[in-house]
Design a protein around this ligand. Structure first.
Ligand SMILES: Nc1nc2c(ncn2[C@@H]2O[C@H](COP(=O)(O)OP(=O)(O)OP(=O)(O)O)[C@@H](O)[C@H]2O)c(=O)[nH]1
Ligand SMILES: [Mg+2]
Length: 408
């Protein structure tokens, strides 16, 4: 798991690479979504191939980076001893940073040759299916996942539980309840719960969920629960692209602002942030008035609570950024407005831009070069006449490990 927020993690990013210890070899980087299951079967196979069952595994990362979600997905995968999902409750997942306070754990399955073979057989069978061949329940679940992300995968289990005896050898204080309901796997009621036998866990290796590392400079620390719910995307983000001339300003809610101060030609600014956060484009001369209007009327939606709230909210502070365009289809950099989202900047080749970006005082503003999604500005509809905005376009979802022929 990456120590930075999942949306910000980029394998080519030197900051990412330098976080690993000097002597620790980085074995692999994988793109996964624990929420939609994308890449998860591949991750399980990789873990089983590399570490087998050699030691305990800890899921580490910043608060809210998705450790508990990953823990829960691994818990109902082939990574976990077959009976464990029936015994261990899922970790609490929430949009609120700092949710996990204790160390939850599940026992890791020993990937013997026989098990690996059976698992491969199951994966082959699954990959041969088309969407039409899935059960009604599975189809419903898949459609739900498609709303949450563009990359969707299916996580299955090869080894079915075997009923076993009743010896109690498990600390109930290690358990907690999930807030994110999975319709296929509702949490067990206490009276239904079984326990591990002493033999099942005496030599076990464990996979631990851990409390997150708190990022002091994260904008979420400044927000109320209601505001966090708007800022953290619950549905797949639809990119919003705007064309700005020098002298224009873009607001992302009242949490981020980018001024296009100097340049020859217009440039494209693609906003990747929760669909619930408004983007407002204005001119330099009107920008301060817009921010004041927000203070009086919550015009930009977040923060909420008008004048009283804005009195205690830190002011936006500026940072100058110079960029050199690399062409009209490829972004040169992302401007990351703390955890509120990021803006990919696309400009004509050799075009020099002077920008001034703002985030609330004490929060991190980062220029990410190269950008995470370089061609994001091409995912847009027609220009909306008389405005700097383009119509939005939702990219189609991709479901991995499912034959496409015959599917709708
Ligand atoms: N889109 C998407 N959202 C995710 C993913 N993983 C987690 N989330 C969401 O991110 C939020 C935080 O997830 P958690 O699993 O609680 O994160 P955590 O790292 O355990 O957080 P703490 O326990 O607070 O440190 C929740 O709203 C999740 O639904 C993912 O792979 N994709
Ligand atoms: Mg957690």
């Amino acid at each position: 798991n990456c120590s930075r927020q999942q949306a910000a993690c980029h394998p080519q990013d030197p900051e990412h690479m330098c976080r690993r210890g000097k002597d620790t070899a980085l074995v692999d980087i994988r793109l996964v979504s624990a929420k939609t299951g994308y890449g998860m079967e591949g991750l399980v196979s990789r873990l089983q191939r590399s570490w087998k069952c050699a030691g305990d595994v800890y899921l580490l990362g910043a608060t809210n980076s998705g450790k508990s979600t990953l823990f829960n997905t691994l818990l109902r995968s082939d990574y976990c001893k077959s009976r464990a999902p029936d015994i261990i409750d899922r970790a609490t997942v929430s949009p609120w940073p700092g949710t996990t306070l204790n160390l939850l754990k599940f026992p890791i399955i020993n990937p013997t040759c026989d098990r690996i073979f059976r698992r491969q057989e199951r994966l082959k069978e699954e990959a041969a299916k088309t969407e039409d061949q899935l059960s009604i329940e599975e189809k419903k679940y898949l459609n739900q996942l498609k709303k949450q992300g563009y990359l969707v995968g299916r996580v299955g289990r090869t080894f079915q539980q075997q009923k076993s005896s009743t010896e109690i050898d498990f600390d109930p204080d290690m358990l907690s309840y999930s807030m994110d309901e999975d319709p296929r796997d509702p949490p067990k009621k206490h009276e239904e719960r079984e326990e591990f036998t002493h033999n099942e866990v005496k030599d076990a290796r464990w996979c631990f969920d851990t409390p997150g590392i708190v990022k002091e400079d994260c904008v979420l620390n400044l927000l109320t629960e209601k505001e966090v719910k708007l800022v953290l995307p619950s549905h797949a983000i639809v990119p919003r692209t705007f064309i700005l001339k020098p002298g224009m300003v873009l607001f992302l809610a009242a949490l981020g602002r980018i001024d296009y101060l100097e340049g020859e030609k217009p440039a494209w600014f693609s906003v990747l942030a929760s669909n619930l956060l408004p983007v407002h484009v204005t001119t330099l001369s009107n920008a301060d008035t817009i921010y004041e209007k927000h203070t009086a009327q919550e015009f930009l939606k977040v923060p909420m609570g008008g004048e009283e709230r804005m009195k205690e909210f830190p002011p936006l502070v500026p940072q100058d950024i110079t960029l050199k365009g690399i062409g009209t289809t490829e972004a040169v950099a992302d401007i990351k407005l703390s955890s509120a989202g990021w803006v990919a900047v696309t400009a004509h080749a050799e075009e020099e831009l002077l920008l001034r970006a703002y985030t609330p005082k004490g929060t991190a503003l980062v220029v990410r070069e190269p950008p995470l999604l370089p061609y994001i500005s091409t995912i847009r509809g027609a220009r909306i006449p008389g405005t700097p905005a383009y119509r939005t376009k939702k990219p189609p979802s991709f479901v991995e490990n499912l034959r496409t022929t015959g599917s709708r």
